[in-house]
Design a protein around this ligand. Structure first.
Ligand SMILES: NC(=O)c1ccc[n+]([C@@H]2O[C@H](COP(=O)([O-])OP(=O)(O)OC[C@H]3O[C@@H](n4cnc5c(N)ncnc54)[C@H](O)[C@@H]3O)[C@@H](O)[C@H]2O)c1
Length: 252
């Protein structure tokens, strides 16, 4: 018996990187998976390379109405919902003094609002199924990056939101948890490197920051997400689980 046979899962920002690995892992464990991407094109590109029980749901999550539209479309396509993986996120490394209103709003809207309002829209379906939510936060939500103040603040908000929802919906129960990855080897890190003065040095620094001296793979983050969504974590709620090679454990 596969772990997620007959389960219905929505993954936001699921067309590449960590989200795609999460979508693939759920599908491999028997789930029907609604994969959200920012555009129809990104969703079509993802679906063209998959043969599992996938449903494409285009739409940029963040604003309340957009989240509701994405969740409603997923619930309609899947016939209900057992797991919401609120994964969509955008990274921005900007010195504190240079963060504009637009930069701040973008980070908060996607990284925090996307989790907040997708969870709000998904709750009725999750209450019905006694399902769970797993958000992709970040180690930046636990220990912060000096170079990414808006991102760190938004991810810290996700960790706190997860705890608030976990308590609020514990009795239903709808379990609510998040993973806090350190650097993960995805396009997000590649693009941040390319925006820096020295991409090779950026990548080397990203890998060496963790005591285990490498980045996570998207599949390692997905494995933690599936654990938190599974029956094996049936008494676990309100948890922020680092997947970071020891990064938040302390100094070395
Ligand atoms: N890569 C890392 O080092 C790292 C570390 C910690 C946490 N995270 C978090 O993991 C999650 C996934 O990151 P990734 O590395 O796979 O990034 P990525 O940029 O490779 O993929 C993110 C995906 O989300 C999509 N997306 C962005 N904004 C969206 C929106 N408004 N609506 C729908 N989709 C949207 C992007 O188009 C992309 O497909 C993010 O929340 C990120 O903050 C990443």
């Amino acid at each position: 018996m596969k772990r997620f046979e007959d389960k219905r899962v929505l993954v936001t920002g699921g067309t590449r990187g960590v989200g795609a690995a999460i979508a693939d892992a759920f599908a491999a464990e028997g789930a029907a998976v609604a994969v959200n991407g920012r555009s129809q094109q990104s969703v079509d590109r993802f679906l063209a390379t998959r043969w599992g029980d996938f449903h494409g749901i285009p739409g940029a999550v963040g604003p309340r109405d957009a989240c509701r539209a994405v969740v409603d479309a997923a619930v309609a396509a899947l016939g209900g919902l057992d797991v919401l993986v609120a994964n969509a996120g955008v990274f921005d490394e900007l010195p504190f003094e240079q963060v504009t209103q637009e930069d701040f709003d973008r980070s908060m809207t996607v990284n925090l609002g996307g989790v907040f309002f997708c969870a709000q829209a998904a709750l009725p379906a999750l209450e019905e199924s006694k399902g769970s939510i797993v958000a992709t936060a970040s180690d930046a939500g636990l220990i912060s990056y000096a170079g990414a103040p808006a991102y760190s603040a938004a991810k810290g908000g996700v960790v706190s939101l997860v705890r608030s929802l976990a308590i609020g919906f514990a009795e239903v129960p709808v379990r609510v948890n998040c993973v806090c990855p350190g650097n993960v080897d995805t396009d997000m890190i590649r693009e941040a490197g390319e925006a820096s003065d020295d991409p090779a040095a950026y990548r080397a620094a990203a890998a060496s920051r963790a005591p285990m001296r490498r980045m996570a793979t998207p599949e390692e983050v997905a494995a933690a997400v599936l654990y938190l969504a599974s029956d094996a974590a049936g008494f676990t709620t309100g948890v922020a689980l680092p997947v970071d090679g020891g990064g938040v454990a302390g100094f070395d």
